[in-house]
Write a protein that binds this ligand. Structure first.
Ligand code: COA
Ligand code: AMP
Length: 650
């Protein structure tokens, strides 16, 4: 029998009963944030008390717990071993793609991390140095992250699905002393050698690492560069276990690059102390997870969800984290998640709606779900993209547990809105990520900074200061952070999401307001894609938009015009070339649904390409004809071409 902590009949509730136990918690976090977070901080171990809870003198940049001595690795590992939890499992590595499984205890993990930290120190990595980690979903990725944290180095994990060009951009911005990587990743049945991509990226980058540490996996052997590269095992030879560095709560823990409007990614910086306090609190309260319980976050360590809820939050809480190297479907089938959930007695799962859409496509009747014993599974969290109501309702109906849509971003580090399960689930309204989580004062503002009437769509903004765990700044780019996120609405962080808040305070996130698209919960910049396309010698102009896709949410569509004199017969070859170019420069995750040569692009009289109109034509939704359009006939031409290519059949 399933544990019923949630009443499914409430899934379409429109009137939300108040007061709810959650209300008082939320109110306190907003009315007296310093008391709220001071109390949350007490659950963790500090080597020195903080001077104050919140530092405001450099507003709009805020810092939490200044002066506090705090190391996140100590709190994630040493603290638990010291309190007798050493023998408990910390990580369950479950890898259907290599047919292997490994249980790593807290004591074992501490030993691995301390030794690898010693290896990094032997290579000259010191406090404040950057280490880029470009790894598949293997335990060594977590070991490398925690080892950096241990010695106060700043890690920057780059998602393994990014190609050399993207990796090179990140290497140049972070300027790492060492890069940690692996010989290959494994995607389903494909073995993807990482080392050639890494070598090409280092060739492209101006900032050269002193050393690379490469985990040689048995599926592919990497060729090493003498003098620069060491294998993982070689790096460990003679390495002494390193103690935790005397880091401050405000010291940088990591840089995580994310897509913005342009091709230059933004390096989100997060600190040791505030991040740990927020994650520990959110894991205990929003996720309602206790020490020793098993969390299965099916994401990737290269994304923020992976940083927060595969690695740091479960370990900070003394829980067990499942590190899953596989897919939702195909490794071997649509029952993979449920096999993991049953086998490891998973209490809570977290993934992206796109994974559920893929599962539902193959197992609409939920036969796999019914086949497994999911007695322990209490809740499913979905984030990374808008959760469409049919997916949420399907998951809820088949699993009979709360399905929590939670809204957040790389910048925020943990859910801005969701359902705080420890305080009793709020009724779920499909399409909404429920109410703001404690600490987040979310508002809707129109373009002039005025709140529109309740229920009307506008810019979703967060009143400053944001709670601990939110970004400190962009790496070495305070100005860029202030300009792109804190200047549009005075006193608020602009999320670049648009949506509305209803009469019950529920947040509905509807769309991005910038040129970011969301492909299978991977955040991509159309500006970045356009830069890659425009570099092709035959391309005169291009427009990349995100069009609807039943599984991935959105996928890129590229329209290009060609330089004068380009042979019409070569159009198909150029289209293929460009699709390949995107795979090579950005990565296969950004592969376009279609590249189409067109005679001209729709523009305003001032020359601005009408991307929204292209998107509407491709999605088959009503096209808003801008008054300033240069030539309305272009839209008919493009519409006809897209129709012939199978688009616009909404
Ligand atoms: N390393 C290298 N390549 C990768 C990769 C990685 N880590 N991840 C994806 N790719 C490649 C895939 O091999 C594929 O290449 P191909 O086109 O040559 O076959 C391409 O990128 C697209 O992969 P993906 O987006 O995963 O699509 P898919 O069709 O293989 O799988 C889903 C579809 C929905 C199952 C899958 O996208 C998914 O599970 N998404 C969830 C993502 C997620 O968890 N995001 C984090 C948010 S919380
Ligand atoms: P990322 O920084 O990659 O996590 O992407 C963050 C973006 O994904 C947000 O700004 C939203 O556009 C989108 N997003 C994430 N979670 C949700 C959600 N629950 N509902 C709607 N959009 C979401």
């Amino acid at each position: 029998m399933r544990k019923s902590v949630y009443n499914n009949e409430k899934s379409s509730v429109t009137n939300v009963a108040t007061p709810h136990p959650y209300d008082a918690v939320y109110r306190r976090s907003i009315d007296d944030p310093e008391a709220f977070w001071r109390e949350a901080a007490e659950a963790l171990t500090w080597t020195r008390p903080f001077d104050r809870v919140l530092y405001t003198s450099k507003a709009p940049l805020y810092r939490w717990f200044p002066g506090g001595g705090f190391n996140i690795c100590y709190n994630a590992l040493d603290r638990h071993v010291a309190s007798g939890r050493g023998k408990q499992t910390a990580i369950i590595y479950d890898s259907p793609v290599t047919e292997s499984m490994l249980w790593i205890s807290y004591a074992d993990l501490l030993e691995r991390v301390s030794h690898f930290a010693g290896a990094l120190a032997n290579l000259g990595v010191t406090k404040g140095d950057r280490v880029v980690i470009y790894m598949p979903m293997v335990p060594e990725a977590l070991v490398a992250m925690l080892a950096c944290a241990r010695i106060g180095a700043v890690h920057s994990v780059v998602f393994g699905g990014f190609a050399s060009n993207e990796l090179a951009t990140r290497i140049d911005d972070a300027a790492p002393v060492v890069i940690v990587s692996a010989s290959c990743g494994i995607e389903g049945k494909k073995i993807l050698p990482y080392k050639p991509l890494l070598d090409a990226a280092i060739d492209m980058a101006t900032a050269k690492p002193r050393h690379c540490i490469i985990l040689q996996r048995s599926q592919a052997e990497a060729t090493m560069v003498p003098g620069r590269d060491l294998t993982w095992d070689e790096a460990l030879v003679g390495a002494e276990p390193a103690p935790c560095a005397d880091t401050l709560a405000t010291d940088p823990l990591y840089i995580l690059y994310t897509s913005g409007t342009t091709g230059a990614p933004k390096g989100v910086v997060r600190d040791h102390g505030g991040y740990a306090v927020a994650l520990h609190w959110s894991f205990a309260n929003i996720f309602n997870m206790a020490p020793g319980e098993v969390m299965f976050t099916a994401s990737d360590v290269g994304w923020v969800v992976g940083h927060s809820y595969i690695v740091y939050a479960p370990l900070l809480r003394g829980s067990v984290t499942v590190l899953y190297e596989g897919k939702a479907v195909g490794t071997p089938d649509a029952g993979a998640f449920w096999r993991v959930a049953e086998q490891h007695r998973v209490a809570t799962m977290f993934t992206a709606p796109t994974a559920f859409r893929a599962i539902r496509r193959e197992d609409g009747d939920g036969e796999y779900i019914a086949h497994f014993d999911l007695e322990n599974l209490r809740a499913l969290f979905l984030a990374g993209e808008r959760c469409d109501p049919p997916t949420l309702l399907w998951a809820q109906e088949k699993l009979k547990i709360p399905v929590v849509d939670n809204w957040w971003q790389t910048e925020t580090g943990w859910p801005i809105a969701g359902n705080s399960l420890r305080h009793g689930a709020l009724p779920i309204k499909p399409g909404s990520a429920a109410r703001p989580a404690p600490g987040w004062d979310v508002r809707v503002l129109d373009a002039d900074g005025v709140p529109p009437p309740v229920g009307e769509i506008g810019n979703l903004v967060i009143k400053l200061p944001m709670p601990p765990g939110s970004l400190a700044t962009f790496w070495q780019a305070d100005d860029r952070y202030i300009k792109s996120c804190l200047s549009q609405f005075d006193g608020y962080y602009a999320t670049s999401d648009a949506g509305y808040i209803d009469e019950d305070g529920y947040i509905f996130v509807m769309t991005r307001t910038d040129d970011v698209i969301n492909v299978a919960a991977h955040r991509l910049s159309t500006g970045g894609l356009e830069e890659a396309v425009a570099g092709h010698p035959a391309v005169a102009e291009c427009a990349v938009v995100g069009v609807e896709d039943a599984i991935k949410g959105q996928v890129p569509l590229c329209l290009i015009t060609l330089r004068a004199g380009t042979d019409r017969k070569t159009h198909a070859a150029i289209e293929q070339d460009i699709a390949q170019r995107i795979r090579d420069q950005i990565g296969a995750i950004a592969a376009p649904k279609r590249v189409l040569v067109v005679d001209r692009l729709p523009k305003t009289r001032s020359g601005k390409i009408l991307r929204q109109s292209i998107r509407s034509l491709a999605d088959g939704t009503p096209v808003r004809m801008p008054a300033t359009i240069e030539d309305p006939a272009v839209l008919d031409e493009i519409g006809a071409l897209l129709k012939a290519a199978g688009f616009g059949q909404a």
